[in-house]
Write a protein that binds this ligand. Structure first.
Ligand code: C5P
Length: 222
């Protein structure tokens, strides 16, 4: 990357899982290592962008030159995104946001009660990407982790959320995706009235990030 490729641009990237508290010691979460989002943040910074990385709990160091904001729940992630993005930003929504959170969070550690099961009532979390697409004016890129009908579901998701670009990956495969160092993406993007597609990888997540950034930059400027 030329260090001036993204000069003057502000990229906001979400990464990792969100964790939704049940009580002080337990939570619900999604599977996500954060590696893909961190790779995009690192490469965007190397290409000269100002980068804000809004991250759920992961075991990764903040990449050099990146401003990391650490969050836990979907609501705190939404809050951080709302404070960070403007209409001129590029927003890459890589986080595995929990769709639901426990309706009530217990103040004290919950105790086992006899041999009975346990019912936890869940309430829906806000959709951060949908908010960004509808309210912020930023150029929005989503991810779609699917285990079947990957391209159909991804295209439908792009419509539903009102975004310009979506990166689909098949998380049912064990050689790419979750926790792996490699990934393969099928990117769909709007071009006037058409939906175009481009494959990226399989390759190391750093290389995938580099190609994806180039594609985002091209589509955004077209
Ligand atoms: O609807 P689904 O979760 O499959 O959509 C995935 C995309 O939407 C990802 O880009 C993810 O980061 C984003 N998302 C979000 N807020 C949610 C759920 C998903 O930003 N509550």
């Amino acid at each position: 990357f030329h260090p001036k490729t993204l000069k003057g641009q502000h990229w906001v990237i979400t990464a990792g899982p969100t964790v939704e508290a049940i009580d002080p010691v337990r939570y619900l979460a999604n599977r996500s290592s954060g590696k893909m989002g961190y790779a995009i943040a690192e490469m965007a910074a190397r290409a000269g962008a100002k980068v804000t990385l809004i991250s759920g709990p992961v075991c990764l160091a903040a990449p050099f030159g990146v401003n990391r904001i650490s969050v836990e729940s979907a609501e705190t992630m939404l809050n951080a995104v709302q404070k960070s993005i403007t209409k001129d930003s590029v927003f890459v929504s890589c986080a595995a946001v929990a769709d639901y959170r426990p309706q009530e969070v217990a103040d004290e550690k919950m105790k086992k009660s006899g041999d009975d099961g346990l019912v936890i009532e869940l309430t829906q979390n806000p959709d951060i990407l949908k908010w960004a697409a509808q309210e912020s004016g930023a150029f929005c890129v989503g991810f779609a982790a699917e285990t079947q009908n990957v391209s159909e579901y991804a295209k439908a998701k792009m419509e539903r959320k009102g975004i310009t670009m979506i990166c689909a990956n098949d998380v049912s495969r064990c050689d790419i995706g979750f926790s792996c160092d490699d990934n393969e993406l099928q990117v769909f993007y709007r071009d006037n009235d058409h939906v175009k597609t481009q494959g990226i990888g399989p390759a190391n997540k750093a290389l995938v990030a580099e190609e994806l950034i180039q594609l985002i930059n091209k589509v955004r400027q077209s």
